[in-house]
Design a protein around this ligand. Structure first.
Ligand SMILES: Cc1cc2nc3c(=O)[nH]c(=O)nc-3n(C[C@H](O)[C@H](O)[C@H](O)COP(=O)(O)OP(=O)(O)OC[C@H]3O[C@@H](n4cnc5c(N)ncnc54)[C@H](O)[C@@H]3O)c2cc1C
Length: 504
């Protein structure tokens, strides 16, 4: 068996993939000098046995073991629960939304009847915000832990093993939902519990230690510790902390718009060809620029994707993006966001740690008031936005709802407009043709990360509320599916260590 590091054309790569004596270990697309794959692979000699990779994990039977309450069944909560099963702790998951199957029906209803369910939507419900996403599985923050454990567990639960080799792996929303249901089955069959439709509204505190949760409808769940993994949209949890005077911190985040281009245009720019090889995937991009004191960057780029309404309560207008595994829609979309810090939200300084949350809410409600509808998204042609004029007509869009022409250059916060306009011009220098009237922007891309941090000590516990372990994106310590899952795994390991220490 030999390990080989090489470059291949898409055609050579397709042939290597079919060869049973070749195991691809890693592949990335190199766009310099024509699109080629950079490939690391194992070549087996004749007579050598090609053994399949074992992705199974050592889960223990936890029906009668120490319970740990997990609030939220997003990536952080679910991967914390799988870790609990490995460590011999019983995960008791309390989730405000529904199972992934029932959630799907509510999302369809939102599209049909324009009626938002505040507990079951694009962000809330089993699988969390990432369920109806592109399922991009790469993360910039690899320092926090072992991302391969997350990839392995996704494959164990039905994801395509190719996600282990791609430098920019993605699953696609159509493939992610069954994986989430399989994770649920593993958790239940090993003794864990799920309590759906339970929105946590308070904590049970005994002897200055959090030991359980109370739900809006009155149910209570107790355990040796409580892991809080409610995501960046659980504003009621931030309000609970603020109303009780429990420590929180404002956290810089980013806000902007979602830009949408014809996919064929992005392909021709990125692959430097009007007719790129059909074996190449729909092209993506990743752009950053420094403008007027703020960073502007592309975020959650979805090749062949759709734009989705991602609000979690009435009176908000929020967009995000997703794609299915084939990424085969004719549109490419991406969040383009501007960094927002406390200096940009001085008008909300009275709100203390919630100042940036109030800023985020104010933009979302201003965007909602344009259409007064849970679905309608304000939109503008990209060139009109940059030139400061209302679009007399809009491009066709793959947004899952109606769009309405709006002067976003007048309506978004002025510093956001200025930075986006500068950013789009700079992006056009890096990707000639990016700034075109064939592209549209839709507002507002505001749920990029949490505008609040729930501060924790090195042992994983909240700095005041002992027994409470804030983690994942909502705690402000992670962003994205993989990093939130890693943070959940780390938090559960800390709970285990602290329980073990207490029992010594
Ligand atoms: C449309 C969309 C597309 C995305 N695409 C990608 C992508 O391609 N790749 C990527 O890496 N990231 C993507 N993201 C971001 C990613 O989904 C999040 O970073 C990730 O899901 C955060 O994980 P989490 O577990 O910390 O929180 P969440 O996924 O937000 O999960 C929190 C859970 O807590 C529940 N909850 C909230 N409040 C309460 C309460 N009071 N009581 C009980 N339960 C509660 C929620 O219902 C939810 O299930 C996308 C997000 C969206 C919205």
């Amino acid at each position: 068996m030999r390990e080989i590091d090489t470059t291949m054309t898409p055609e050579q790569y397709a042939a290597a993939e079919q060869d049973s004596r070749i195991r691809i270990l890693r592949r990335s697309l190199d766009l310099r000098g024509g699109a080629k794959y950079h490939v690391k692979m194992l070549c087996f000699e004749p007579g050598e046995t090609v053994t399949p990779i074992d992705y199974s994990s050592p889960y223990r039977d936890c029906h009668d073991t120490t319970p740990v309450v997990i609030v939220g069944a997003g990536p952080a909560g679910l991967f914390a629960a799988l870790k609990a099963l490995e460590l011999g702790l019983k995960p008791v998951i309390v989730e405000r939304g529904k199972t992934v199957e029932d959630r799907k029906k509510d999302i369809a209803l939102l599209g049909r009847e324009r009626k938002l369910d505040e507990d079951s939507n694009w962000c809330f419900g089993e699988g969390g915000a990432g369920t109806y996403s592109d399922g991009k599985l790469y993360t910039r923050s690899t320092k926090r832990g072992d991302t391969s454990e997350v990839i392995k567990k996704l494959i164990e639960h039905g994801a395509d093993p190719k996600i282990a080799i791609d430098a920019h792996a993605h699953i696609g929303t159509d493939r992610l939902s069954p994986v989430i249901a399989n994770i649920r089955n593993t958790i239940i069959s090993h003794g864990g519990e799920f309590h759906f439709g339970c929105r946590v509204s308070d904590f049970i505190i005994h002897n200055d230690k959090v030991c359980g949760v109370v739900c809006l409808a009155g149910s209570r769940f107790e355990g040796s510790a409580v892991l809080l993994a409610t995501g960046h949209s659980a504003r009621d949890i931030y309000e609970l902390f603020a109303s009780k005077g429990w420590p929180l911190e404002a956290k810089p985040f980013a806000l902007g718009v979602r830009v949408e281009h014809p996919q064929s245009l992005i392909d021709s720019i990125q692959y430097h060809s009007r007719k790129p090889s059909p074996l190449l995937p729909p092209a993506s991009y990743s752009l950053t620029a420094q403008t007027s004191g703020h960073g502007v960057f592309s975020f959650c780029m979805c090749p062949g994707g759709v734009i989705v309404p991602a609000a979690t309560a009435h009176g908000q207008q929020v967009v995000n993006g997703m794609s299915n595994s084939k990424r085969n829609s004719p549109f490419a979309n991406s969040g383009i966001a501007v960094t927002v810090g406390l200096d940009d939200a001085r008008q909300f300084s009275d709100a203390g740690p919630l100042a940036l949350l109030r800023f985020q809410q104010s933009v979302e409600s201003a965007m909602f008031s344009l259409g007064n509808d849970d679905l309608a998204a304000p939109a503008q042609r990209l060139t009109d936005f940059c030139d400061g004029r209302l679009s007399s007509s809009l491009n066709r869009s793959n947004y899952l709802g109606p769009t309405l022409s709006a002067p976003l250059h007048d309506l978004l916060p002025p510093f956001v407009v200025q930075c986006l306009q500068e950013g789009f011009r700079l992006f056009d220098r890096k990707m000639r043709g990016f700034l075109t009237d064939q592209a549209s922007i839709l507002a507002v891309e505001s749920r990029t990360s949490s505008p609040v941090r729930v501060p924790r000590s090195d042992d994983g516990q909240h700095i005041l509320l002992r027994g409470l372990y804030p983690c994942g994106e909502g705690a402000g310590y992670a962003g994205g599916i993989v990093s939130s899952a890693v943070d959940g795994i780390n938090a559960m390991s800390k709970i285990y260590n602290n329980i073990k220490l207490r029992s010594l």
